[in-house]
Design a binder for this molecule. Sequence first.
Ligand SMILES: Cc1cc2nc3c(=O)[nH]c(=O)nc-3n(C[C@H](O)[C@H](O)[C@H](O)COP(=O)(O)O)c2cc1C
Ligand SMILES: CCCCCCC(=O)C(=O)O
Length: 262
Amino acid sequence: MIVSTYGTTSIEDISTASPGGLKWFQLYIMPDRQFTQRLVQRAETAGYKALVVTVDLPVVGKRYPDLTNRFQLPPHLSVPNLQGLESSASQSKDERDYGGGASPEDPALSWKDIDWLSSITNLPIILKGILTAEDAGIALDHPGVKGILVSNHGGRQLDGVPATIEVLPEIVAAVGERLEVYLDGGVRTGTDVLKALALGARAVFVGRPAIWGLAYNGEDGVAEVMTILRSELDLAMTLSGCRSLAEINRSLVVGEEYYSKL
Ligand SMILES: Cc1cc2nc3c(=O)[nH]c(=O)nc-3n(C[C@H](O)[C@H](O)[C@H](O)COP(=O)(O)O)c2cc1C
Ligand SMILES: CCCCCCC(=O)C(=O)O
């Protein structure tokens, strides 16, 4: 599980509630680097095993559904991980609506900040939000980076960016075995999982399906979503002749080029 900086339950409380669970921490490198460093230390102390650094939010995208729905974090919820972070004198609408007080936006964020992060932690760094082979290639020159989560932030940042499944193959080709590559975005069924694994993802993540499960039936609803995905993946593997994850391979997915040759 990847726990967000913006979670409404703290790093520590989630850790206490799931002693045996494998947890990674999604880090926004906040403009206040000292505060960021404390977040990293808290994640380390609480037993998180990796830092998933979101790099696709130098500024918040124009989120029309949020505007239409007048999204605001409900008053009974808060963003405990960001408590104590100084908010700017003139809070933006996003800062107010998302409840964090200060914004993670930092248009000046650069590869140097990734190196800075590597210098203050021994946790593996995974870059979340890479969508091109070019950026994946640059990541190889930054030793703390151990993985890439191919993500378009669930389409919440910029309309028109590619679907993650479309760019996955070029990113996998760019990094080979040197970095682990994961994917999120639009994973809704077991066959989606199978396709991503076939195209070279080491693992996939879901965003909205977990939230839908939560809305439907709380913790049990989330577990049910995972069980459905797992059983659909098992079925898809069986019906495509794969006895193990290792047998899932590139040949399972064909595109336009394949059909145009028929
Ligand atoms: C309500 C909501 C909140 C999100 N919050 C964060 C966040 O705090 N940090 C982050 O890196 N991504 C965030 N994301 C993006 C997800 O991590 C993930 O990239 C995306 O939801 C995957 O697409 P999917 O919803 O189609 O599965 C959020 C997505 C949603 C829907
Ligand atoms: C100022 C708000 C930033 C958004 C933080 C959460 C997030 O990433 C999301 O997609 O929502």
